[in-house]
Write a protein that binds this ligand. Structure first.
Ligand code: TMP
Length: 255
């Protein structure tokens, strides 16, 4: 890891300068945090699984016309991505009541929403990622109305596609968080593309039959079997490394 210049260390990933200009290497850690860093832990093998799961989902989304930052996976814990300027928003799409939506409105978790809800949060750890409206976003210049139209339409397309994909493997996509970045092509034209990661760290995934949680809520709420849940998501998607979970433990040494 020391070969390359580290650009940024986040809670679950480290970003390094990529091999070519305009590229970044995303290294996926096993570190897990919740409640804005108040709860910390390790989920063994999580980095390997999230690298693989995010690769798989970003590739499927590219195939159906969503532009993403993903270029290729480099090894067990790293992927090469396009350098973008991250829009400081966490875009949450919800299909079923859970988490902060349940708390905020005093609703029972599990109720299917009459329509999908898209929410924006200002990405700022010190402030605890406060929820914001389009008015705040445009007034403070984080994005303009055209950007927001693009973000909203991409978020809903991603939701439709991923809901179907997960349904096909017996998983309910309850909600998830996306991040977008500005990418400039060789003609200096800017496009918003999907960035960050899509993994059980930032999605709520429930077993279709039992409603059992298969995501980071197992860590947040101390439900146990966290590693197993992430592995099960990868297994259902058909992408668990060949040797199964044993391969993942060993892969911790691959830097
Ligand atoms: P919430 O119900 O806690 O607002 O979370 C909604 C979705 O966003 C859920 O799938 C988890 C994801 N999420 C993140 O990825 N990062 C975060 O910091 C938070 C609060 C939620």
């Amino acid at each position: 890891m020391s070969r390359r210049k580290q650009l940024y260390e986040g809670k679950a990933k480290i970003l390094f300068e990529g091999p070519e200009p305009g590229t970044i290497v995303q290294y996926f850690k096993d570190d897990a945090t919740a409640f804005n860093n108040k709860k910390k832990g390790i989920i063994t093998g999580k980095g390997v699984l999230n690298n693989r799961i995010s690769e798989f989902l970003m590739m499927r989304l590219e195939e159906m016309g969503i532009q993403t930052h993903f270029i290729r996976r480099l090894n067990m814990r790293e992927q090469l991505v396009r350098e973008v300027e991250i829009v400081p928003l966490e875009v949450v799409v919800r299909n079923v009541v859970a988490g902060s939506l349940a708390t905020r409105f005093g609703l029972a978790e599990g109720q299917v929403l009459p329509r999908s809800i898209v929410e924006y949060y200002y990405k700022n750890d010190e402030l605890g990622d406060p929820m914001v409206s389009e008015e705040h976003i445009t007034a403070f210049g984080w994005a303009d109305t055209r950007d927001l139209d693009d973000i909203m339409s991409m978020a809903l397309r991603v939701n439709d596609y991923l809901s179907g994909l997960f349904l096909g493997v017996g998983i309910k996509l309850v909600d998830f968080k996306l991040e977008f970045g500005r990418h400039w092509n060789e003609h200096e034209e800017m496009r918003l593309i999907l960035a960050d990661e899509i993994s059980p760290d930032c999605c709520r995934l429930w077993d279709l039959k039992t409603n059992e949680k298969m995501d980071k809520d197992r860590f947040r709420r101390d439900l146990g079997n966290v590693e197993e849940a992430y592995q099960e998501v990868a297994r259902r998607l058909g992408i668990l490394p060949e040797g199964g979970p044993r391969d993942l433990k060993g892969s911790g040494t691959i830097q």
